[in-house]
Design a protein around this ligand. Structure first.
Ligand code: ZN
Ligand code: ZN
Ligand code: FE
Length: 762
């Protein structure tokens, strides 16, 4: 008998063909395996019982990094040829391309670089079919060495032997390298001059140990690095990076070292040690001087990651087990530097020494960030190690589609049929350099995945640069566009992730999003499916005095809420100058430069300001984050009074005034701030439960989707899920893409997929 199997999913560049070769030769089957159209194509010939066994093993024993989405099989006529072959990949056939994310160094490679008798001992670029760079070095498809930045290195005879041996761990490992033939490290001065030395890594480590600042070229870009235990080094880095308060991530040598610094539960340790190696936000152990206070000022959490390339493993050993600050190589919030000249020019002035190498990074990719809430991951940023793994859409797209996302925490997604490729993290598009990266990387992905979009989905906000990009490009190239309301996209993202059918009660809580009525939305209950939504309820509109200024200065939202609730401003008097209060009050009264908003994020801001936690912020969401930390310290879940105004045929209005009045009373009565913060969280969770119950009574819908940046708050998420589960709701939240605006593009694509009738322009 001869059978043909076509395996789809992440099956290329992950050691799939060698595994098939192993399975087939073990069973004495003849035939071949090759890559074809993004899938793996297998033909095996032999006796039926052995082919059965082969099929079972193929499905149950895929290589570690593979992800099988489907296996098609059918019987064909036997050929009677002996032997089993791995057929070279064919060029030019790139329909249905999948590109693997970068993968952290595997244990076998790690033990080789630590083994003095191994030929890759101490080598910073060791990798195999189970690990190493992928997305960041790929220049074209299909994935083959000559279409990666490793093409510049000619394989030595020893590497070639491994590369060509189907039973070797490095069989067809495209980035295969060794000290004789592969990339080399180079030490540079801050001005980019080459420092000749025997061991650049040891010299770099010595500089870090001496308290100097370094720039390090890693997998997806440059990091700024220093000794995380040195207060002077950390302070100096903070000054140079122009970053006042945003926490720095650290890298520690191994899990054990992480456990000294932080409490790590089982879910967290499995994330830390996963092949994706994200930064995991962990709860710190009691103040120890192992980490300088400037790393994450006032923050009860620490962003921690483990080494994910041989270079990192070797460096962490060379600094003698000190934790290192490892933060994106950029000034302030610009995109991370990844091209050598640009890095030297931008980062050189900030550091004392640069450790670089001659393997070019083709696609920049920042570290992923995640945390654990309710026992499962809550992605904060989906990037290195995760992008561009495909995500399956619930329906097929009518056309090849680009979804451009929002404005902040930008990501975009390309889609073909029912597959979505969500990009790595690009940053905030109001930065010119981030916008440049946005346009460049869209082009790059279109080329890599061979998708020419005929439809562009964008946010409803007319002033997002992503919207302008979409409109401009659609005009030039005659493409269809589909505008999507911001909060509908948030809910659709959650629907898509869990492949939910039928309507859901969507709770979209975030900072700001352009509403269908022109107001700024952000505290929304939407009865939604992918093709549309009805606004069932929202927070009462208040003013947002100063627009964007109010986002930077939470006290302005506090003034707006106090004014709306009929409270005097005395709780703010000791915190904000009277003149400023007067100006803002005038803006609110006259409605000048003070748009209407139903934003839940701004309500959190207002409460943080009323408690005196944060009057100004240096990054979006900072006030709400600090309110969450405070809430963690109390168990008082008493709720403030809730009122919901019900209307016929119109959205219900959720009252904020009674909540604000009660908080003011608590502040005046000197109730501890942690208690007020906790009660406020409990109140919002209760509010979600009550409003959802009303909507359920009217519609019979019992399924819920929670999304939007406010749900990065674990206290709120845990309280809300508990409340909803107790009330019998089936509630879903995002675990694959972030609930913040980094997850918007997936929702936008899913919405496009619900309109099968969309036709190309011509
Ligand atoms: Zn490996
Ligand atoms: Zn070699
Ligand atoms: Fe949003």
């Amino acid at each position: 008998m001869r059978w043909r199997f076509v395996v789809q999913g992440i099956v290329q560049g992950v050691g799939f063909r060698p595994r098939v070769y192993q399975l087939a030769t073990e069973l004495g089957l003849s035939g071949f395996v090759r890559n074809h159209a993004g899938a793996v194509w297998i033909e095996v010939e032999g006796v039926p019982s052995l082919i059965d066994l082969f099929a079972t093993r193929l499905a149950t024993r895929p290589p570690a990094l593979a992800r099988i989405d489907s296996i098609d099989h059918r019987q064909i006529s036997p050929r009677g040829l002996p032997g089993f072959q791995i057929v070279e990949s064919e060029q030019a056939d790139s329909s249905g391309v999948f590109i693997s994310p970068d993968v952290a160094t595997c244990n076998e490679c790690l033990s080789e670089i630590l083994d003095p008798s191994d030929r890759r001992y101490g080598y910073a670029f060791a990798n195999c079919t189970n690990c190493g760079p992928r997305l960041t070095i790929i220049q074209g498809s299909p994935y083959d060495r000559q279409r990666t930045t490793m093409a510049a290195f000619a394989m030595c005879a020893a590497c070639r032997r491994e590369y060509e041996d189907p039973l070797d761990r490095r069989f067809h490992a495209q980035p295969i390298a060794c000290p004789d033939c592969g990339p080399q490290l180079r030490l540079l001065t801050s001005r980019g001059e080459w420092i000749a030395c025997r061991d650049p890594l040891q010299e770099f480590a010595a500089a870090l140990r001496a308290g100097q600042l370094g720039a390090l070229k890693g997998l997806g870009g440059y990091h700024l690095v220093c000794d995380a235990s040195s207060p002077a080094a950390v302070e100096s880095l903070r000054r140079k990076k122009l970053r006042d308060e945003k926490p720095f991530a650290i890298m520690v040598a191994d899990l054990e070292q992480g456990q000294v610094l932080c409490d790590i539960n089982r879910e967290e340790s499995s994330l830390l040690t996963s092949v994706q190696r994200p930064i995991v936000l962990l709860r710190r152990r009691q103040e120890s001087d192992a980490i300088a206070p400037g790393v994450a000022p006032g923050n009860p959490r620490l962003g921690v990651m483990l080494p994910y390339s041989p270079l990192h493993h070797l460096l962490l050993r060379a600094v003698g087990g000190r934790p290192l600050v490892m933060t994106s190589g950029n000034v302030s919030d610009e995109p991370m530097a990844y091209a050598d000249e640009d890095a030297i020019c931008r980062l050189g002035p900030m550091v004392d020494v640069i450790l670089t190498h001659n393997r070019e990074i083709h696609v920049r990719c920042e570290d992923s960030v995640t945390r654990v809430a309710c026992g499962s991951p809550m992605p904060v940023r989906r990037s290195r190690g995760l992008a561009p793994s495909p995500i399956v859409l619930p329906q097929k797209l009518p056309l090849p589609t680009l979804a451009v996302g929002g404005q902040l925490k930008s990501t975009f997604a390309l889609g073909r049929a029912s597959t979505a490729f969500v990009s790595h993290h690009l940053g905030d598009l109001d930065q010119v350099s981030a916008y440049e990266a946005f346009t460049r990387d869209i082009q790059l992905y279109e080329q890599l995945f061979d998708i020419q979009p005929q439809l562009i989905v964008h946010d409803l906000h007319p002033d997002y640069v992503s919207t302008r990009y979409a409109e401009e490009r659609a005009g030039q190239e005659r493409l269809r566009t589909l505008p999507v309301q911001h909060h509908h996209a948030h809910i659709a993202s959650c629907i898509a992730e869990h492949e939910l059918q039928g309507p859901v009660i969507g709770v979209a809580f975030d900072g700001t999003g352009f509403g269908s009525d022109g107001a700024i939305w952000g505290g929304e209950f939407l009865l939604a499916d992918l093709s549309g939504f009805e606004r069932s309820a929202h927070l009462r509109y208040v003013r947002l005095p100063g627009g964007d200024a109010a986002i930077r200065e939470p006290w302005r939202s506090a003034v707006a809420q106090l004014h709306d609730a009929g409270c005097d401003l005395s709780v703010l008097c000791d915190k904000v100058p009277q003149a400023a209060l007067n100006v803002v009050t005038q803006m609110i009264r006259r409605g000048v430069n003070a748009p209407q908003t139903s934003s839940m994020g701004r309500l959190f801001d207002a409460v943080a300001a009323l408690l005196g936690i944060r009057l100004k912020v240096s990054f979006e969401g900072q006030a709400a984050m600090e309110l969450e930390w405070l809430a963690e310290q109390s168990g008082d879940t008493e709720c403030y009074p809730l009122e919901v105004e019900e209307h016929e045929r119109q959205p219900m209005i959720i009252e904020t005034r009674p909540i604000i009045r009660s908080i003011v009373e608590d502040v005046r009565a000197n109730v501890p701030r942690a208690v007020i913060a906790r009660r406020f969280h409990a109140t919002i969770a209760e509010l979600i439960g009550r409003v959802a119950e009303t909507i359920r009574n009217r519609t019979g819908v019992n399924r819920m989707a929670l999304s939007g940046g406010v749900f990065m708050n674990a206290v709120l998420m845990e309280d809300s899920l508990r409340r909803l589960t107790n009330a019998g709701f089936e509630a879903f939240r995002q675990t694959a893409v972030p609930p913040n605006d980094g997850g918007l593009c997936l929702g936008q694509l899913a919405i496009a997929a619900s309109f099968p009738e969309i036709k190309p322009v011509n």
